[in-house]
Ligand binder design. Structure first.
Ligand SMILES: [Zn+2]
Length: 231
């Protein structure tokens, strides 16, 4: 049992019941810390139910909202761990909160369909090829410091040093330009897993066409998983 589950046992946290939304019947929603007043949980859940087909919520037991040490430690706003979506309560607006939820559901789907997504190695291949392209652009644009990450660029696993280099040294604005027409968004180049999650997330937000034209293998995998789900 992880520490947060212990914490719930010891403390009577606010457990949201009867959301008037059948969709979330099987998901325990717990608010450890309140969301800002202008972020309405019901609105977000309503939109979530519209965007992501119900069957994709299989394997999600809980949605926990609050300030969590393990999120802050990793400097992320949300994480999917052991059947639970942990999402920070520190949200600027409902859109950001919705993005976080959809994104983590994409990781949950990844866990259920890992074989279909990764086993043939094709997605990995497409991802690395794209990273290579961005790397070349960086060198052409004078970001010489990228050279010390040559090897890491050809590895699809998450790498903290590369991540810091991309967001601190290169910076979000430059990265947006460099990844334009290659990746669906900057975050997508973080690792193979984020490549999958960001692509599926954009697909759920109605950007399937963009995903399909930029990342044909990724799109095919998304389609495969969606068709599997329909059978
Ligand atoms: Zn992610």
């Amino acid at each position: 049992m992880n520490t947060f589950k212990h914490f719930i046992k010891r403390n009577s946290l606010k457990i949201v019941e009867n959301m008037n939304n059948q969709f979330f019947n099987n998901i325990q929603i717990i608010i450890k810390d309140p969301l800002p007043k202008h972020v309405n949980l019901n609105n977000v859940l309503q939109k979530l139910a519209e965007l992501v087909p119900e069957r994709f919520f299989d394997g999600i037991d809980g949605l926990y909202i609050g300030k969590f040490g393990h999120l802050e430690k990793r400097n992320v706003t949300a994480v999917f761990d052991d059947g639970v979506l942990y999402v920070t309560s520190e949200q600027d607006n409902e859109e950001d909160f919705l993005d976080d939820c959809v994104h983590e559901i994409c990781h949950a789907i990844e866990q259920n369909y890992g074989d279909v997504i990764y086993a043939d190695g094709k997605l990995d291949h497409e991802f690395i090829r794209k990273r290579q392209e961005v790397f070349q652009k960086m060198i052409e644009d004078g970001f010489e410091s990228a050279k010390k990450f040559t090897k890491i660029f050809y590895n699809s696993e998450y790498n903290k040093k590369l991540d810091e280099f991309l967001y601190k040294d290169i910076g979000y604005d430059n990265l947006s330009v460099l990844t334009k027409d290659i990746f669906v968004n900057c975050y997508s180049m973080t690792s193979l897993q984020e490549y999958w999650a960001s692509g599926l997330e954009r697909f759920f937000f109605g950007e399937g066409e963009k995903v399909g034209s930029l990342c044909p293998v990724l799109y095919k995998k998304i389609k495969q998983v969606t068709v599997l789900e329909n059978e």
